[in-house]
Design a protein around this ligand. Structure first.
Ligand code: CA
Length: 517
């Protein structure tokens, strides 16, 4: 018969449990709140602290002054959906077919049960929230039904709270979703969406003589909501339609409310502003405030949003224990699809600075983005770091920050770049390479140190003639003007072989296994 525990043993167990609880609580108290602001389509040259002079970004410049500014940080893809997939899962999106730019009725792209940045932080005791553009699908296959409970969604993959633009500002449905339902939903006015086939009798942006706030370009001539034609058709849900001019105000208010409700901490807020994606429709108080037309005005609006977040942290006395990161989901677009009459003003300030390429390309301008990190007392104020890193690194970095060991099948491409964030010197850089993509699974680019290898389109189909790769040294040739592929055949051979290995083995983080979705 097992012996009954005696009083002495019970007392000892109780004492150990109390000590463990104390250690855990004390450690948790050191864990910072984390606010990750992933702006949309903001280029490397779009902020004052990165050299812009035709817009004013005092709040973002404040982040740079009080924190560290990174000069070689990358959105893992050069368009929205794959970057957001890679950020949340720690896995390159090109490993998962179907993660290109998602339509507005896309079911959830991340399978419940997959480790995400949110689930990792939740398991460390964080309250987790997402406010803003989601663009990773909602609900069950085959297509989202916005009249039903919208699950699975963020709440099924690690978030405690969600307030979302389901897809993008230029796509239907033009409604907000809070947790599992459409905000302002009226069952008497059901919502239908369609991509490709017209539904409803209302005029569209393609109809002649129709009056619009701004003219939609190719692909943006379908249903008209709030005087703006969109991608896709939508009927119903009239009481739920958003007003584009007010989106930034709404998202900022929801974000601040989440911070206030979570101030007991620790919390994780993934804030994904609509700005500065198209349609660029600044609130009237920002119109005409920049020298770059509405594009510059929405940069001002974005900066104001960041200011609201920083002010709330100051007001709630949370700034000292909050890590704030600001970055963008891809490089800047050179020209708007919508014609708001200000396209010719964009050239006053190149969205991607000196970088070659723009949103949707594999050149640096497509994916090298602003990245600012502030954590008073832990991250050096006014610092500048040239460490190579990608948004895919968030999972391993935040796991390390919260003292967690990532399971082998979590974040297969996520590297812990915490030492770089904290400005700590390490024998080896936290990561020496990074794979970049556009919207599709191929072609890809590989950064290895300062070298950039870019696959030529068509390679996977077996291009018959011409060079297979472009090769640049971005330290000597930031503008990627001199293709060195012909001069450096061995480097091309080595780097292309490494890229192929990363492709084939299903993971790139040492110790990881191929994650599955
Ligand atoms: Ca984007």
């Amino acid at each position: 018969m097992p012996k009954e525990p005696n009083l002495k043993t019970l007392k000892l167990v109780t004492a150990i449990c109390s000590l463990l609880w104390f250690v855990q609580t004390a450690f948790a108290a050191d864990r910072p709140n984390i606010i990750y602001i992933l702006a949309d389509d903001v280029g490397y040259g779009d902020l004052g602290c990165y050299g812009a002079n035709s817009v004013k970004t005092p709040n973002l410049d404040r982040l740079a002054k009080e924190g560290t500014r990174f000069t070689d940080a990358h959105a893992t893809a050069s368009v929205c959906t794959p970057t957001r997939y890679a950020f949340l899962t720690g896995r390159y999106a090109w490993r998962q077919p179907g993660t290109g730019i998602a339509p507005g009725d896309q079911p959830l792209l991340i399978k419940p049960g997959t480790a995400t940045v949110a689930s990792v932080l939740k398991s460390a005791g964080y309250r987790t929230g997402v406010v803003g553009k989601w663009h990773l699908g909602l609900g069950e296959p085959p297509k989202t039904d916005f009249n039903k409970e919208l699950k699975p969604g963020p709440l099924e993959i690690g978030f405690d709270y969600a307030f979302l633009i389901p897809a993008t500002g230029d796509r239907v449905p033009c409604v907000f979703v809070e947790n599992h339902g459409v905000v302002g939903y009226d069952p008497a006015d059901p919502i239908q969406v369609s991509f490709g086939k017209k539904i409803g009798d209302a005029p569209t942006g393609a109809d002649p003589g129709v009056k619009l706030k701004i003219q939609g370009g190719p692909g943006h001539k379908d249903s008209i909501i709030n005087g703006i034609s969109r991608i896709g058709f939508m009927t119903g849900g009239k009481a739920a339609h958003w007003v584009d001019e007010n989106i930034a105000d709404t998202l900022a208010a929801k974000a601040v409310k989440f911070i206030e409700a979570s101030k007991g901490g620790p919390f994780f807020l993934y804030l994904t502003p609509h700005d500065i994606h198209e349609p660029m429709v600044p609130h009237p108080r920002f119109r005409g405030t920049s020298e770059c037309g509405w594009r510059g005005d929405v940069i001002h609006e974005l900066d104001w949003t960041v200011g609201e977040i920083l002010a709330s942290l100051d007001r709630l006395n949370l700034a000292a224990n909050t890590l704030v990161i600001f970055t963008s989901d891809n490089g800047g677009a050179i020209k708007n699809t919508y014609d708001d009459g200000t396209n010719d003003l964009h050239g006053r300030q190149p969205p991607n600075g000196k970088l070659r390429g723009s949103k949707g390309t594999l050149y640096e301008g497509g994916h090298r983005v602003p990245f600012l990190a502030r954590w008073p007392g832990r991250i050096a104020p006014g610092g500048v770091s040239g460490q190579l890193m990608g948004h895919v690194d968030a999972m391993a970095t935040f796991a390390a920050l919260t003292g967690q060991q990532l399971p082998a099948d979590a974040g297969p491409d996520s590297f812990n770049v915490l030492p770089a964030l904290l400005g700590e010197k390490t024998a080896q850089p936290p990561r020496d390479h990074l794979v970049l993509q556009n919207n599709n699974q191929a072609p890809l680019a590989l950064r290895e140190g300062n070298w950039s290898l870019i696959e030529k389109p068509g390679r996977r189909q077996g291009a018959a003639a011409g060079p297979t790769y472009e090769l640049y040294n971005v330290a000597d040739d930031l503008v990627q003007a001199n293709d060195l592929a012909a001069k450096e055949p061995q480097r091309v051979k080595d780097m292309s072989a490494r890229l192929e290995r990363i492709r084939q083995q299903g993971h790139s983080r040492p110790g990881a296994t191929a994650g599955a979705n």
